[in-house]
Design a protein. Structure first.
Length: 332
């Protein structure tokens, strides 16, 4: 079976989110099982929006790996490049939410199956199939998986794919809760498109640099830099300009997959409109077109926070369009 050479490949971790429920008086706290993991969420986001995608990663030979594989397939994400191992279990994350839907995590990783993916586990054909190769920093947290991630980014770029990085920084996953800036910068410098949350942007600044310096440094190698800030306006930067775009007003109940829904929405728009690495600069020279795609991505992110879970919260294309249409009607 052939694979189109504009497939979106999402590489990295898939894990189980156990979402805490507030216990009734006198009752024990319970946890609901949801499929998650940032790159897996992004793959499912693309699939649910009607795009062509493959998740690339390692799952444990355990009940949780079985659940994740089933959930990916059920959502329409490709799994032909998924590998399985009995050498470690599938990673777990226990998630609690505050009154505003903001989440905090307690991770059971390492050890975990996703960290055991090695360069030899890549199928060479996946890079030939890739129009976009997407990663996040959770596959940079130890030396071996970082080397694999950086190799995958380099191989994808050599094959002509657009390379996307959502930093998605989770300090608790790093030794001593201290993300390693040198390896983060190696990944940032290997990406065509970089998405950062505002607090991640501040972390990279190290308290020593201004915004202009940091944007200039990122744009030495990246062609598009996005800085999101929850419900606050997002900022975008290209080598020829910048802008700011408002988000949608929604009631947030769970922000777990918001960024993954956003990036999945944006990448699916690129795929839908044939925006590959060769067409990327021409696309970026048209701010109105860029902002139209960002607005769609923002709608996807907004819809995701109105529901619990990760895979389960991700919207369809019809839902995103409905929110955009409703917003346009209000503005008119």
């Amino acid at each position: 079976m052939s694979v189109a050479n504009d497939t979106i490949l999402c590489f990295g971790e898939a894990l189980i989110d156990f979402l805490a429920s507030e216990p009734a008086e006198g009752q024990a706290r319970t946890f609901r099982q949801f499929a998650g993991g940032a790159p897996a969420n992004a793959a499912v986001a693309v699939a649910k929006l009607g795009g062509r995608c493959e998740f690339v990663g390692m799952l444990g030979h355990d009940m949780f790996g079985d659940f994740l594989l089933h959930s990916l397939r059920e959502a329409g994400a490709g799994v032909r490049y998924v590998r399985r191992t009995a050498a470690a279990k599938t990673a777990l994350a226990f998630v609690s939410l505050d009154a505003h839907g903001e989440r905090s995590f307690s991770f059971y990783r390492p050890p975990a199956a996703d960290l055991l993916f090695r360069d030899a586990d890549f199928d060479d054909s996946c890079f030939a199939a890739a129009g976009i190769f997407h990663v996040c920093s959770n596959s940079l947290t130890d030396t071996d998986i970082a080397a694999v991630t950086l190799s995958g980014m380099a191989r994808a770029r050599a094959a002509g794919a657009l390379v996307s990085l959502d930093l998605n920084l989770r300090p608790a996953l790093w030794p001593d809760a201290a993300p390693a800036l040198p390896v983060l910068w190696r990944a940032l410098e290997a990406a065509d498109m970089v998405k950062l949350a505002r607090e991640e942007f501040e972390y990279l600044k190290e308290g020593r640099h201004g915004d202009d310096f940091m944007i200039a440094r990122l744009l030495r190698t990246a062609r598009l830099v996005l800085v999101t800030d929850g419900a606050a306006p997002m900022r975008w930067f290209v080598r020829g300009g910048s802008g700011e775009l408002s988000t949608f007003e929604v009631k947030a109940v769970d922000t777990t997959a918001a960024g993954d829904a956003f990036i999945g929405g944006l990448l699916s728009q690129f795929q839908r409109e044939g925006i590959d690495t060769g067409a990327f600069d021409a696309f970026l020279s048209q701010p109105a077109e860029l902002e139209r795609c960002l607005r769609y991505a923002s709608a996807c992110g907004a819809l995701a926070v109105t529901r619990h879970g990760a895979f389960a919260a991700l919207p369809t294309h019809a839902e995103a369009i409905a929110l955009l249409d409703a917003s346009a009607a209000v503005e008119a």
